[in-house]
Design a protein around this ligand. Structure first.
Ligand code: ADP
Length: 273
C-alpha cells in the first residue's frame, strides 16, 4: 500500500482575489513505503505547496491526501497523530533551534509525542550516532556549533521522531561542498538504516542523481512524472525544456547506453563532480 497517495489534489492561493494562483493542479500520485525520492521542478512549480499537504500543513482546496490509507482532514482529531507519521524539515531548519543543549533540542520532538524518558534517550543516542554528533557535543549549546553541525542537530530532531516519511526541503542549501556532502550522506544513511520513505526537495540535479532512486517532477503546478531515477533522466529533452539541466554524467551514460554498451542501472548513482 502507498504510504502517501493523492487524488486530484488541487490547491489554490488567494481564491476569489485578483492574485488567484493554482499552485497544485489535480495531482494524482502514489509514493510507496521505502521510496527514496527526489522532488524537482522549476521555482514556483508547486513543490513546496505539494509537500506541505503531506503532513496536513495545508488543506486541499479540492481532492484528497491519504497517509497509510487514511484520508487527511476527515477527522480533525486524528490529524495530530497522522502528522507524527510525516516529518517535515524546512529550509534552514537551524533557525528553529532554541533549547539550551543539543540533547534537549533533539529531544523536543519525541517529548511532544509523549514518549517516556528511556525511549527518548534511546532515540537521541541512535540519531546522534547516525548524523555524526559526538557525545561531547550533546551537552553543548546548539549556538556554539558550526553551521553544518547546527543543521545536523535540527534534522536529527525530526529523525528522532522516527516518522514513516521524512521530507526535507533543500537540506543542503547554503552549505559548502563538504557540508553538502555530509548532510546528504547522513540522509542516505538514515534511509539505509531505517528503510523509511524519504523525500528530498532539491534544485541540484547532481544531488538528486547521486542519491535517490525515484524522482518526482513538478511542472507548472502539475505532476509531470513520478518514476525511477534512470527513467526520468532518460527524458532529458523534456526536462531541459522545463529548465531542469540534466547532469552531464547522465547524458554521457545515456549516450553510451544508446550506443549499445551495457551500463547497468546503478550508473545513475555513480559519484561525480
Ligand atoms: P516551488 O516550491 O516549486 O518553488 P511553490 O509551491 O512555493 O513552488 O509555489 C507555487 C506557486 O504558488 C508559485 O506561483 C508561487 O508564487 C505561489 N505561492 C506560493 N506560496 C504562496 C502564498 N503564500 N501566497 C500566494 N501565492 C503563493
Amino acid at each position: 500500500m502507498a504510504v502517501i497517495k493523492t487524488e486530484d489534489l488541487t490547491y489554490v492561493y488567494g481564491d476569489g482575489t485578483p492574485f488567484r494562483k493554482v499552485a497544485v493542479d489535480h495531482v494524482n500520485l502514489e509514493i510507496e513505503k521505502g521510496d527514496f525520492a527526489g522532488v524537482i521542478g522549476h521555482t514556483g512549480s508547486g513543490k513546496s505547496t505539494l509537500i506541505q499537504h503531506f503532513n496536513g500543513l495545508l488543506k486541499p482546496t479540492s481532492g484528497s491526501v491519504y497517509i497509510d490509507g487514511e484520508r487527511l482532514w476527515d477527522d480533525k482529531a486524528r490529524l495530530r497523530s497522522i502528522r507524527f507519521k510525516v516529518g517535515l524539515v524546512f529550509q534552514y531548519p537551524e533557525y528553529q533551534l532554541f533549547e539550551e543543549t543539543v540533547y534537549k533540542d533533539i529531544a523536543f520532538g519525541p517529548k511532544n509525542m509523549g514518549l517516556d524518558e528511556e525511549e527518548i534517550d534511546r532515540r537521541i543516542k541512535e540519531t546522534a550516532k547516525l548524523v555524526g554528533l559526538s557525545d561531547s557535543v550533546m551537552q553543548k549549546s546548539p549556538f556554539e556549533l558550526s553551521g553544518g553541525q547546527k543543521r545536523r542537530v535540527a534534522i536529527a530532531g525530526v529523525m528522532a521522531m522516527e516518522p514513516e516519511v521524512l521530507i526535507l526541503d533543500e537540506p543542503a542549501s547554503g552549505l559548502d561542498p563538504k557540508g553538502r556532502e555530509q548532510i546528504l550522506g547522513m540522509i542516505k544513511e538514515y534511509h539505509k538504516a531505517k528503510g523509511n520513505t524519504v523525500l528530498l526537495v532539491s534544485h541540484s540535479m547532481e544531488d538528486i542523481a547521486r542519491n535517490v532512486n525515484k524522482i518526482l517532477v513538478m511542472n507548472d503546478s502539475k505532476l509531470f512524472c513520478y518514476d525511477d531515477t534512470a527513467k526520468v533522466f532518460h527524458r532529458s529533452a523534456e526536462l531541459e525544456k522545463m529548465g531542469l539541466a540534466v547532469p552531464q554524467v547522465t547524458r554521457v551514460f545515456s549516450r553510451l547506453k544508446a550506443m549499445g554498451f551495457d551500463m547497468g542501472e546503478d550508473v545513475y548513482t555513480v559519484k561525480f563532480g
